[in-house]
Design a protein around this ligand. Structure first.
Ligand code: PLP
Length: 409
């Protein structure tokens, strides 16, 4: 078993929230922890260069603008893109809504079809539902099989014009073959958004994500701060997209009756942005790059293997999603027939194991899998074999107790 114990101990020491106490942090799909370098960068901004961006030409203003635009360049480098293709948003949800309202809605007709997969988080489903509702277009869902993998061959309806797909399901952990999916969609002239929120901090960027017209992610799922997300749009697509939020700093010139816009990406960043979180994001990317996403993947694969193997010996649990670790990233969802996963999660917490219970913002997917809310364990680069063993040790009792009609909490 290669779970790189020394390297994990070194990484874990970088995260103040993990240094104290004795928690096995296995709720990383909801949000990761942040290393000291990220906390320091946010605090340094307020102490040393606190000013609004893109307006003041005093020294603090210039320092703030410089750091903000340097962060854009750093994100672009991480995503193998150009700085002008990086729009800062509040989170991945905001990035997806921007594309739905600003790019897709103005181009959509009632005869058109928007395609999503059955694996989507609500944030990559509901915005497309709403656009279809407003335009009369149809929403088509690519189905999954019994093990939560996308069914192949992928079949697109004739009038399909847009595809929104995740790279990794947050609820099941399924990895989507976005290379094949995006290639097929784009070869039909469709535009594509790939939601890399659950993959950007876990898997190397794949060909499908690189080729996509739009990418959406949240910094807080990849060791960065809360309050900042990224929309990476191809330059051509951003040039075509309408702003959906209007006000200061996104304008070039304003008269009493009209206004025109700055170039992308700034035209999509109306008002004062979340400067401190933005400038604190690069140290998280530095950490990911220094470890290397291929190594992160290898480490998490070891942990998933350990977890899946250990689960085989525990009664009363049903693995939801692909049985093989190779088909998964990050998260493992477990149903407890006849039991309440929320109770199990509370009991696990009493044993010092943090997991999440619920629908995981993917209610249609869990219903399609024939399930209700599940228990979800999810790993990160600082997760250890010991964390997984603690979960496996605590699970049998938690599962048995949560199936008890009157558990003794
Ligand atoms: C796959 C996926 N997409 C989108 C989101 C939405 O992210 P946020 O809440 O940061 O906007 C999440 C959050 O869990 C997610 O897992």
């Amino acid at each position: 078993m290669n779970v790189r114990a020394e390297e994990v101990a070194r990484l874990r020491a970088l995260f103040p929230a993990l240094a104290e106490g004795d928690l096995a942090p296995l709720d990383n799909a909801a949000t990761t922890h942040r290393p000291q370098a990220v906390l320091d960068a946010a605090s340094r901004f307020y102490k040393e260069s606190n000013a609004n961006v893109h307006r003041a030409n005093h020294r603090l203003g210039m320092a703030a603008t410089g750091a903000y635009e340097a962060a854009r360049q750093r994100v672009a480098r991480f995503l193998d893109s150009e700085a002008e293709e990086v729009v800062f948003t509040r989170n991945a949800t905001d990035a997806i809504n921007l594309v739905a309202r600003g790019w897709l809605e103005p181009r959509l007709n009632a005869e058109d079809v928007v395609v999503v997969t059955a694996l989507e988080h609500h944030s990559n489903l509901v915005p497309w539902q709403q656009v279809c509702r407003r335009t009369g277009a149809r929403l088509c869902v690519l189905p999954v099989d019994e093990s939560g993998r996308l069914q192949e061959p992928f079949e697109f309806p004739e009038r399909a014009c847009f595809l929104a797909t995740t790279r990794v399901s947050n609820a099941l952990g399924t990895i989507v073959d976005t290379a094949a999916l995006v290639e097929q969609a784009q070869s039909r002239g469709m535009a594509v958004l790939v939601d890399v929120t659950q993959s950007a901090g876990h898997l190397p960027l794949d060909a499908g994500s690189r080729a996509a017209d739009f990418l959406a992610l949240s910094a807080h799922k990849m060791y960065g701060p809360m309050g900042v997300g990224v929309l990476r749009g191809r330059a051509q697509r951003l040039a075509e997209m309408d702003p959906v939020s209007y006000g200061g700093e996104m304008v070039d010139g304003v008269s009493q009756q009209s206004a025109n816009w700055r170039a992308p990406p700034w035209r999509f960043e109306a008002g004062t942005p979340a400067v401190a979180p933005v400038v604190a994001f690069p140290p998280a990317l530095d950490l990911l790059d220094s470890v290397g996403l291929a190594s992160v993947r290898a480490h998490e694969l070891d942990l998933l293997g350990l977890l899946l193997e250990g689960l085989k010996g525990i009664e009363g649990l049903l693995l939801v999603g692909p049985p093989e670790a190779e088909d998964r990233s990050g998260a493992v969802s477990l149903a407890i027939p006849g039991g309440d996963p929320h109770v199990a999660a509370t009991l696990l917490d009493l044993s010092g194991v943090a997991v999440r219970a619920g629908w995981h913002c993917a209610e249609p997917l869990l219903r399609r899998m024939g399930q209700g809310p599940t228990l979800r364990a999810s790993v990160a680069l600082y997760s250890s074999g010991h964390d997984v063993e603690r979960l496996l040790e605590a699970l049998p009792e938690a599962v048995a107790a949560c199936r008890d009609p009157a558990p003794n909490l």
